[in-house]
Design a protein around this ligand. Structure first.
Ligand SMILES: [Zn+2]
Length: 288
């Protein structure tokens, strides 16, 4: 792989990981912290470098290389969702990887910013040679009646999820909690953000947990784990899941990689009196 950019790369166990980006999305305080008051929301937006009532949420997509596998976790939004997104393919090419080189893709959940990059404008698969791993609960939810019964304003999400999931049925493996995707990479069910949201645990000196949207904000998810995130579809379940995930991460001193955190979205957490504190790792610290 030719490293021609300053994307953040680190080695974890047997995995070479480069955090790519699909772009960012401007979100308001009511999304970052639905339960926060006006002052708390403003403080959060300010700490995230936001202005004018919004702050940017990143889209950190890890490229994971090990043995013959060249893997991605999620495929980004393509150009179907927000104009600031859809940069994954260009960024992948910038590190010397063509879409056809991708061997495996894990889909964490079927929200637009994670799956709508599945197809090109002509309807062909963006990553034509990949096999896909999808949580079976997530699959059942979006394909089944539950998604059809969602409110009208969420139906575009349902149509998009069905379009992209149906496009990969002949190359898809459905997975559940504890399943091994490849040696050293295991599914961790983290439901609540969506019905079948999954995270990944990668073996190393300590575990690396790719939490995706189970911890959507590096501020709110840790300092206020009892608060929901604006796009949590089952907020109560999401909160229970988050508490369990944070307890596990803190007790195992795990490294965490979050999808929407300030780039590169890698760090550790520490348990403190009233929640957790996030320590983002610099490039140097992660490699050492
Ligand atoms: Zn997301």
């Amino acid at each position: 792989m030719t490293q021609t950019t300053d994307f953040h790369s680190f080695r974890h166990g047997q995995f070479d990981i480069t955090v790519l980006s699909d772009g960012d999305i401007a979100l308001g305080g009511e999304i970052f912290a639905p339960e926060g008051n006006a002052e708390q929301r403003n403080t959060i937006l300010h700490r995230l470098g936001g202005e004018g009532g919004t702050a940017n949420a990143q889209s950190n997509i890890p490229l994971i290389v090990t043995g013959n596998e060249v893997m991605l976790v999620d495929v980004g939004a393509g150009r179907r969702f927000q104009p600031s997104e859809g940069k994954l393919e260009d960024n992948l090419r910038a590190v010397g990887v063509a879409p056809a080189d991708i061997t495996s893709i894990v889909i964490s959940h079927a929200h637009p910013d994670h799956i709508w990059g599945m197809l090109r404008d002509d309807g062909s698969l963006r990553f034509p040679n990949a096999r896909y791993f999808v949580g079976w609960t997530e699959w059942n939810f979006w394909i089944g009646e539950a998604a059809g019964a969602l409110p009208k304003e969420l139906q575009p999400f349902v149509e998009g999820a069905r379009r992209d999931l149906m496009a990969i049925t002949d190359r898809m493996t459905l997975v559940a909690d504890g399943d091994e995707i490849i040696p050293g990479m295991t599914v961790l069910a983290t439901p609540g953000h969506t019905a079948g949201h999954i995270s990944l645990v990668l073996e190393g000196d300590v575990p690396l947990i790719v939490t995706v949207d189970a911890t959507a904000s590096e501020i709110v998810s840790f300092e206020h784990p009892e608060w929901s995130f604006g796009f949590d579809m089952d907020p109560e379940l999401a909160v229970r899941t988050r508490h369990a995930l944070l307890e596990k991460a803190a007790s195992e001193n795990a490294k965490l990689l979050g999808f929407h955190w300030t780039y590169p979205g890698v760090g550790r957490i520490e348990k403190v009196a009233d929640g957790y504190r996030f320590h983002g790792l610099t490039s140097k610290a992660v490699q050492s």
